[in-house]
Design a protein around this ligand. Structure first.
Ligand code: KIV
Ligand code: ZN
Length: 397
């Protein structure tokens, strides 16, 4: 397979976490941006969860035609019917059916035996396949499922018509070697059929979601489920921008990358923060305000001489505004306000005064204040303000 598919679940697993829920209009706006980013599939919601979510999935399926749309369903008839209804307008629909397979989940949560679980997987994947052309099966808590039983469950899902098999580390418990090993064993059990795509879905409880997803790619996984800014249940999901940039920057090591337009990453991150009001941490990889800011004198000196000294990713490549601002100690407050407005900020007089003080201090030290330095300053001074999407077009990678 030529590339690693990006299954974006910002609008489902992402919005499922406290403080991140989105209404229909917001989901549509975000879905259009995800399409511009070039994701391979958008999971738009969990239609049985609420009437609002069913309507949101319907609306996204109607409005966003250029990307396949997925909807989530438990392995239950009502869920599957609701998801099928929501997916009706989609040009390329995918039903995402899941059932937990770990003994812990089966016994404590579902009160099901393994035999009952296998029966439900077979019959519900078959039902979904009769309603929608493409079916993905997820073995929830696969990371803590006994491997022989997991292989059995996967075989039954494939026999019932699933063509994508997702093996989530639902609770973020796995470590990279272990997670990769699980995929190798399942692949071997299935006989590595060409038409089956294996998929990784990792949570970040131990801060390993991206590392685990990348390890899965080395084990033959060709779909990664992830979210913009890494939002999602508890500590979140694998961050889409980190997965994509890691695969791109280390392409010689992985031998495969995504098809994303990386210069849309920053804009996607900003749109999400604008919609949800939740800012990313300044030190967040790829899209954080400090990701391309250099404060230490030695680093600044290196960057001026050759950016490769301290930057493995160019800010332009991921769409971070990098235009050199001619902001220096001679610049006035008017130019500063204009530059801040261009970056999407709307400072009051006190904030402007504080930004001015910091800009002139920095200008004294390094002569030039670039857009990304200004963004760091603006973020620190106005951290509680939602930041609108940067409209600047970025050059291609
Ligand atoms: O984390 C998980 O197991 C999930 C499934 C529903 C795919 O989100
Ligand atoms: Zn999840």
């Amino acid at each position: 397979m030529s590339h690693v598919r990006i299954f974006d679940t910002t609008l489902r697993d992402g919005e499922q976490s406290p403080g991140f829920s989105m209404n229909t209009e917001e989901k549509i706006r975000m879905a259009h941006q995800l399409a511009a980013l070039g994701v391979d599939i958008i999971e738009a919601g969990f239609p049985i969860a609420s009437k609002g979510d069913l309507e949101a999935v319907l609306a996204v399926a109607k409005e966003v035609r250029e990307v396949p749309i997925a909807a989530l369903a438990r392995a239950r008839k009502d869920d599957i019917l609701a998801a099928a209804e929501a997916l009706k307008p989609a040009k390329s629909p995918r039903m995402h059916v899941f059932l937990a397979t770990s003994d812990l989940h089966l016994q404590a949560k579902l009160h099901m035996t393994r035999e009952q679980a296998l029966e439900a997987i077979g019959s519900m994947v078959k039902l979904a396949r009769n309603l929608v052309a493409e079916v993905e099966f997820s073995a929830e808590d696969a990371g803590r499922t006994e491997i022989e039983f997991l292989c059995q469950a996967c075989q039954i899902a494939v026999d019932a018509g699933a063509t994508v098999l997702n093996l989530p580390d639902t609770v973020g418990y796995a470590v990279p070697e272990e997670y990769a090993e699980m995929f190798l064993k399942v692949r071997e059990h299935l006989g590595d059929p060409e038409h089956i795509i294996l998929s990784a879905h990792c949570h970040d409880d131990l801060g390993l979601a991206v590392a685990n997803s990348l390890a899965a790619v080395r084990a033959g996984v060709r779909q990664i489920e992830c979210t913009v800014n890494g939002i999602g249940e508890r500590a979140g999901n694998a961050a889409l921008e980190e997965v994509a940039v890691a695969l791109a920057v280390r392409k010689e090591s992985f031998g495969i990358a995504t098809k994303l337009k990386l210069n849309e990453l920053y804009k996607s991150s900003r749109l999400l923060t604008q919609i949800t009001g939740a800012q990313v941490a300044p030190n967040k990889a790829v899209v954080g305000a400090n990701a391309f800011a250099h404060e230490a004198g030695i680093h600044q000196d290196g960057i001026i001489k050759n950016p490769l000294t301290y930057e493995i990713i160019s800010p332009e490549a991921v769409g971070v505004p990098s235009r050199s601002l001619v902001l220096g100690k001679h610049s006035g407050r008017h130019a500063l306000r204009l530059s801040l407005t261009e970056l999407g900020y709307d400072p009051n007089d006190a904030e402007l005064a504080e930004c001015y003080r910091r800009v002139t201090t920095l200008a004294d030290q390094s002569k030039q204040v670039r857009a990304r330095d200004l963004m760091t300053i603006a973020h620190e001074v106005m951290r509680r303000k939602a930041v609108p999407v940067a409209s600047e077009a970025a050059p291609a990678v």
